[in-house]
Design a binder for this molecule. Sequence first.
Ligand SMILES: [Zn+2]
Length: 170
Amino acid sequence: MEFKESILVEREDVTEQLLPGQLATLHCKHCHTVLGDSLSVCGELPCLESVICLKVTKDVVVSDEMDLGRNGKLANCIFRHLACGKCGRALGKSLMATPPHLATLRSLFLLRKTQVTCYVLDSCAVVKASAVSFRFEPLTEDMDEAKQKFKAHLKAMKKWQANGINSLDK
Ligand SMILES: [Zn+2]
């Protein structure tokens, strides 16, 4: 969706890549209730077509009952169902207990991308979450760069110390 001659229209042709620092809000596809924001998104789970959120708004209702996955990707998982607090539509799941290979997803919120739209603040566009990539680049490269900077800084400090320049006692 975007404003076109003061009318909000949904954009069908857009594929967005959320960049680090780029902000978006997540909404129920059916009633547009705010479900969360990009600051709480940890990534996505392609096998379940879900956005992984650390937090969601109070308008996401977590079921009291727990369910057991008997087959498929959630086999042997115990989870609660998530629903929109306004329109009642199913939104996804929150895993309570999992086999070890899904352990990192425990207690997080998995919102089905097909049930969510995103309002991307930079482009002022509402796009389907299924058209947005929430795959974040690993930090390895940045960490390597930071490590190199620290090493260079440490080397410079050792050199200053050896030359007696870095005497803070005086
Ligand atoms: Zn809704």
